[in-house]
Write a protein that binds this ligand. Structure first.
Ligand code: NAP
Length: 290
């Protein structure tokens, strides 16, 4: 049987209008899970700023939010650039007022054996995931501390922050940093009324997945539900619902926590593990040649 399917897209646990009059920033909010998160905030009345590099991505997010009758703003910004982040928050604040929620969702990733990773590949992923999350969080917090207003930050993580992630040394190290930083910032900023939490998606296939992610992992896309304890993959709206709850007043005493929304996939263990296959072989790579 597995875990039941969730309610249909369009349903919401929180009351209609729960985010009315508030602005929410979602980095990477024009694609995939970021877009699903942006839409659930919009459905509850938020004005949503979609922050990303690509014009097409931003336009897709803005159009989907506006189609729900909510206000949206696409803001060009690379989260690796602190000055650009400051300018983006300035633009958002001018349009909507100071946002009450920041969702750090933007990420870059690609599978590779660690010995194949170039310094540039390593730095790029760590820069977007770890540094980008810190720079955006810092900008958000400084504005709230100055204004004396409360806020909520949500960092989108990955379960290999707990386990390590063979084939994803860069991303798993960066996500582990994000999880740790979530715990630190929650303590530092609770006195200012700012909560900081993490949300970890399990396997959530979506239409925007980059071909190098899907194509780079052999058998990705095949029989994915059967590979999960839940008997199914996640539905993007399930991440959106978790996000809107964690940033809401109904989670007002939850901070420094990281919630896994993955159907218990990361805790699975076989009594006997399958025979070990080195990561080069799993990724279909030939011998390392230097
Ligand atoms: P995605 O479709 O690849 O989206 C990534 C988003 O990040 C894009 O909208 C991209 O927009 C933005 N982005 C990348 N680099 C950026 C930069 N330097 N500055 C600003 N924006 C940037 O990814 P996803 O699958 O929806 O994943 C969303 C989050 O969930 C990520 O944090 C990911 O690690 C996590 N996650 C996903 C899964 C899953 O199954 N999908 C599983 C575990 C964790 P631009 O290209 O326009 O900049």
């Amino acid at each position: 049987m597995g875990l039941p399917e969730p309610p249909d897209l369009g349903a919401a646990a929180l009351a209609p209008g729960s985010y009315a009059g508030q602005a929410v920033v979602v980095t990477g909010g024009g694609t995939g899970l970021g877009k699903a998160i942006a839409l659930e905030f919009a459905r509850l009345g938020a004005a949503v700023a979609v922050v990303s590099r690509g014009e097409e991505h931003r336009a897709a997010g803005v159009a989907a939010i506006e189609a729900l009758g909510a206000r949206a703003l696409g803001v060009a910004c690379d989260v690796r650039q602190p000055d650009a982040i400051a300018a983006a928050f300035g633009e958002i604040e001018a349009a909507f007022g100071l946002p009450s929620v920041l969702v750090n969702n933007a990420a870059g990733n690609f599978p590779a054996p660690a010995e194949d990773l170039s310094p540039n590949g390593w730095r790029t992923v760590v820069d977007i995931v770890l540094n980008g999350t810190f720079f955006c969080s810092r900008e958000f917090a400084r504005r709230h501390i100055a204004a004396g207003s409360p806020g909520a930050i949500l960092n989108i993580g990955a379960s290999y922050a707990w386990t390590g992630g063979p084939g994803f040394a860069h991303s798993s190290a960066a996500k582990a940093g994000v999880k740790n930083m979530t715990e630190t910032l929650a303590v530092e900023w609770a006195p200012y009324g700012i909560r900081v939490n993490g949300l970890v998606p399990g396997l959530f296939p979506h239409q925007d997945e980059a071909p190098h992610i899907v194509g780079g992992v052999p058998e990705r896309g095949e029989n994915e539900g059967a590979r999960q304890p839940a008997g199914r993959v996640g539905r993007p709206r399930e991440i959106g619902w978790a996000a809107t709850f964690l940033c809401s007043p109904f989670a007002s005493y939850v901070t420094g926590a990281t919630l896994a929304c993955d159907g218990a996939n990361w805790q699975r263990r076989a009594m006997l593990q399958p025979e070990f296959t080195p990561i080069r072989e799993q990724l279909g790579k030939g011998p390392f040649t230097g």
